[in-house]
Design a binder for this molecule. Structure first.
Ligand SMILES: [Zn+2]
Length: 283
């Protein structure tokens, strides 16, 4: 599932493409999304002819804010894709093969027709959701603290110290920390040399500090490479991210650990999720 760097990458591109655009019409091609979206009927009039004034991200969710005090909230979940086609560029725009069925195909559920192009919502598994909310309901403090915003070291330390849960599972709990998922939790634990098997409250002060910094470091790396294109992740320009080629430990089972240069990275399942580690380096 896209994590903070992937969703931030979507946000940054959308900002560039659609802020200042006018929504001319919304084409709902899948009735399921009419219900999820609440964009049909009466609500449709709330977004047509409105101007997009900003795009924000709250953990893994996106908001497209309109000039009429409403926001379109989107959570792409596992396989949702937002792809923008600029009118001026026509069919010359790149499109990743991860966009199954293409644009306007059977996995395209919604199309926002803007004055400067079309914004497509594709979703193979259809776990993603889109809804219309009042913009004033969207405040940072209504979401779990997230890195680079309001996840302070103090909050992080107190969260870990009070929890007997597994550290990796806790890092990925969206109700406690926003935006960190499996890829970056694996890499952050590897970078800070902490075993994913530890309980959260067993970390020393030094380990808590190291892990906090490691989370920020790996998320920044993810963002630098435009996110990781696992499964279905594509960027709004129709291309893919590159972080999957730069992970520290995630997806590297069988490879020699680059830290100790002798042990092989192993994979096991923890809380149902693929977990990668070097048992020599991570204690
Ligand atoms: Zn190692």
């Amino acid at each position: 599932m896209p994590e903070l760097p992937e969703v931030e990458t979507i946000k940054l591109q959308l900002e560039k493409f659609i802020v200042g655009s006018i929504i001319k019409d919304v084409e709902i091609r899948n009735p399921k999304y009419e219900k999820i979206a609440s964009l049909g009927g009466r609500n449709k009039s709330k977004i047509t002819n409105s101007k997009i004034i900003s795009v924000r991200r709250f953990a893994k969710q996106l908001s497209i804010d309109l000039d009429n005090n409403y926001s379109i909230m989107i959570h792409v979940k596992l396989t949702g894709q937002l792809i923008f086609r600029q009118k001026a560029l026509g069919t010359s725009q790149a499109l990743s093969p991860k966009v199954i069925g293409g644009l306007g195909g059977k996995h395209t559920h919604l199309i926002f027709h803007l004055d400067n192009g079309d914004l497509y919502y594709n979703d193979v598994r259809q776990f993603g959701w889109i809804k219309l909310v009042k913009s004033e309901e969207l405040r940072v403090n209504n979401f779990a603290p997230e890195p680079f915003k309001n996840l302070t070291l103090e909050y992080f330390i107190s969260l870990l110290s009070k929890s007997k849960r597994n550290i990796k599972v806790l890092l990925m709990d969206q109700a406690k920390i926003g935006g960190v998922g499996n890829i970056y939790a694996n890499d952050a634990l590897y970078l800070s040399k902490i075993s994913p098997k530890r309980t959260a409250n067993s970390l020393t002060e030094e380990e808590q500090n190291n892990l906090y910094n490691a989370i920020e470091f790996v998320l920044k790396e993810g963002l630098k490479y435009g996110g990781a294109s696992e499964l279905a992740f594509v960027t709004p320009d129709g291309k893919e991210g590159e972080y999957q080629n730069h992970t520290l430990v995630y997806g590297r089972q069988g490879e020699i650990c680059k830290n100790c240069n002798k042990n092989k990275i192993e994979k096991f399942f923890l809380g149902g999720r693929g977990t990668y580690w070097c048992k020599l380096c991570q204690k």
